[in-house]
Each structure stands twice: as C-alpha cells, then as structure tokens.
Design a protein around this ligand. Structure first.
Ligand SMILES: Cc1cc2nc3c(=O)[nH]c(=O)nc-3n(C[C@H](O)[C@H](O)[C@H](O)COP(=O)(O)O)c2cc1C
Length: 207
C-alpha cells in the first residue's frame, strides 16, 4: 500500500513540509509506503474550463505537475494534501492545480481516503481546511481526521517544531490514514463491495 503526499507550499523544506513529514512518518511506522511531491515555484495554470479533460482523462496543459499528480494519485491508495495558509485560504497556486486535477480525474479517485493538513503563522486554518476537504467530499473520498482539526502553527519549519500539539495532530492524521487503509483492505478481503452510484440527474437549479 502507498500514500501520496502533496506539499502545496513553494518551500520544499518549510512548515508544511515539516508537518507532512510527521504525517508520513506515522504512515510508514504502520508498514505503508509514502511518496511526497512538491508544488514548487514554477507557474501553475488555472482551469480554462475547456472540458477537454473529459475525453482525455488528463489536463490539456502539460507544463506543470498536474498530470503527474493525477497518475500518482490514481496509483496510490490514499492521498494527503498539505498547504500553507495564504490570506485565510490555501495557496492559490495549489488551488489552481487541484481544480484541474480533480476536474480531470476526481471520479477515478473515489473511495481512496484523503486528508488535508494546513500550516499557518496564526489564522485562517479552518477556512483553508474546508476548501481542501471539498475536493475529497465531491469525489466520494473518505476524509481522514485526527483528534483535532488538521493544523499546525509556525511561520517556518523551525517554528513549527515548537508546536508540539500540532505535530502530534499530524501523527494522528498518519495513524488514522493507516487505520482507514487497513480497514478498507480487510473489508475488501471479506468481500465488502464499493457502493454503486445512482444515476445522477443534474438540475443546475433550473426548474
Ligand atoms: C502571501 C501570504 C499570505 C499569508 N497569509 C496568512 C494568513 O492568512 N494567516 C496566517 O496565519 N499566515 C499567513 N501567512 C503565513 C504562512 O501561512 C506561514 O508562514 C506558513 O507557515 C508557510 O508555510 P510554508 O513554510 O510551508 O511555505 C501568509 C504567508 C504568505 C506568503
């Protein structure tokens, strides 16, 4: 089994990286592999709503990490997305990437557990978690929690090491992700079927 972690910060060794490392460590302690990908600092395109992804199963833009994320997430059993808080939201570049990733491939990630974690200097964490969890919730991905909301505080990687509670919450995310994955595997071995989706009627609020 494998969990893919995505660091939505431009800093590969910043606060979000430190928090994700704590999550990954707890997952690995449970005998599950992890891989962490970086958003980086290169430009990320926003979605242009061309809807070509509906035929292609991937985004038309190949010059940023979105299509790699899609393939890696499809291969993984679970997904963790981490973001720094910018103006009480996740990093805008990360949201641009996730809009395209999930519009192209959200349905193919159904039933894989997902966890969002956020890092901030001081505020905006719950709104940011809410935004990230929505990608999982519309994609039928069970959302993995901890024993407090999945947040850690610090303005840099050194500061976050002083947030003992935040790092413990991150280990809780990792432990719970491992438990959910093992429970899904045990259910599959016992013949528990994935739920079938009813035929969807899209009304777009037109009466
Ligand atoms: C553009 C920008 C906006 C920010 N907005 C907030 C904010 O709304 N609330 C907050 O607590 N911290 C805010 N911060 C601070 C970052 O969330 C904080 O430094 C975070 O730990 C950075 O994570 P990283 O090291 O993984 O990049 C902001 C930082 C930047 C660059």
């Amino acid at each position: 089994m494998k969990v893919l972690l995505i660091n939505g910060s431009p800093h590969p060794s910043g606060t979000t990286a430190a928090a994700l490392a704590e999550v990954a460590g707890a997952i690995q302690k449970n005998g599950i592999q992890t891989e962490t990908l970086q958003l980086g600092t290169k430009p990320v395109r926003g979605c242009i709503a061309c809807k070509k992804c509906r035929q292609l199963g991937k985004c038309v833009f190949e010059d940023d990490p979105v299509n790699e994320w899609i393939v890696k997430a499809q291969e993984a059993d679970g997904l963790v997305i981490g973001s720094p808080v910018y103006y009480a939201s996740p990093n805008g570049a990360l949201l641009a990437a996730l809009d395209r990733m999930f519009y192209a491939a959200g349905p193919t990630l159904a039933f894989k557990p997902g966890a969002a974690i956020v890092c901030a200097r001081r505020a905006g964490t719950t709104a940011s978690l809410d935004a990230l969890n929505k990608y999982f919730l519309i994609s039928q991905m069970p959302v993995v929690a901890s024993w407090y909301w999945n947040m850690a505080f610090g303005n840099n990687a050194q500061e976050v090491t002083q947030d003992a509670e935040g790092l413990a919450i991150m280990r809780g995310v990792g432990e719970n992700m491992a438990w959910v994955l093992k429970s899904i595997e045990a259910g599959r071995e016992k013949g528990v079927q994935q739920p079938r989706r009813d035929k969807v009627v899209r009304t777009n609020f037109i009466r």
